[in-house]
Ligand binder design. Structure first.
Ligand code: NI
Ligand code: MN
Length: 226
């Protein structure tokens, strides 16, 4: 798998020939000025919840690429009113086959979900993606919850966990989340974008390391093999 960090919670993962793009949010991110929205690849766009910092640029990328949209039923319906006709609305616990033996399961998150115009955004979620190349978890925005223990049987290769605090878990709870879901490799998301979620990244890496978990913080725009 190849993982590209587009900033905040916007992550691209190339797996089994598919270009999965999570939570498109670039133009509103002051740290992602160097990212060209017009060339981000996407065959499937997966949205965790309705907040603007997780979907602001989805419509533009969906219309440019013709990617299929996956999210909860309410969010997919909302994009339908904007002319996005190829969405697949789901709810917590449901799985979908994306192609090339890649599956995505929409799992619980402990957060809220309202669309930018005030429309109800359904229940927030995260994604577990399984494939022949490995499995991983994009947690979306969430607090720590025991339910993360339910993800252990997926034998996750890595997890994308929020670490910025204030609106989601902070570092200490994210370390616990890594243990709950059974990973020793975490990519931090949802940090440093705005003043309320600014963290000490070196202290974060040290806290994970002390717990036997590797914290990766690829620079915005960087692609890593994972
Ligand atoms: Ni949120
Ligand atoms: Mn958020």
């Amino acid at each position: 798998m190849k993982l590209t960090n587009y900033g905040h919670s916007c992550i691209g993962v190339k797996v089994a020939g598919l270009d999965l793009l999570f939570d498109p949010f670039v133009t509103g991110n002051p740290l992602a000025k160097g990212v060209d929205l017009g060339v981000i690849p996407a065959s499937h766009i997966l949205i965790t919840h309705g907040h603007g910092d997780h979907l602001m640029d989805a419509e533009a990328i969906l219309k440019r690429t013709g990617a299929r949209l996956f999210s909860n039923y309410e969010i997919v319906n909302w994009f339908g009113t904007k002319g996005v006709a190829n969405g697949h609305g789901m709810n917590i616990g449901g799985s979908v086959h994306l192609g090339n033996e890649v599956k995505a399961k929409y799992v619980q998150a402990l957060h809220s979900s309202q669309l930018p115009d005030g429309t109800y955004g359904g229940n927030p979620g995260g994604w577990v993606v399984t494939s022949a190349e490995g499995s991983f978890y994009h947690a979306g925005d969430t607090g720590l919850m025991l339910d993360m223990q339910l993800l252990k049987p997926h034998h996750l290769s890595f997890a994308l966990l929020p670490i910025g605090d204030t609106y989601t878990m902070g570092v200490a709870d994210a370390v616990e989340a890594a243990h709950f879901c059974g990973v020793t490799k975490v990519i931090g998301i949802h940090y440093n974008t705005f003043p309320p979620i600014t963290i000490d990244t070196e202290a974060a890496k040290a806290a994970f390391s002390k717990a036997g978990v590797e914290l990766l913080l690829p620079a915005i725009g960087d692609t890593i093999d994972i």
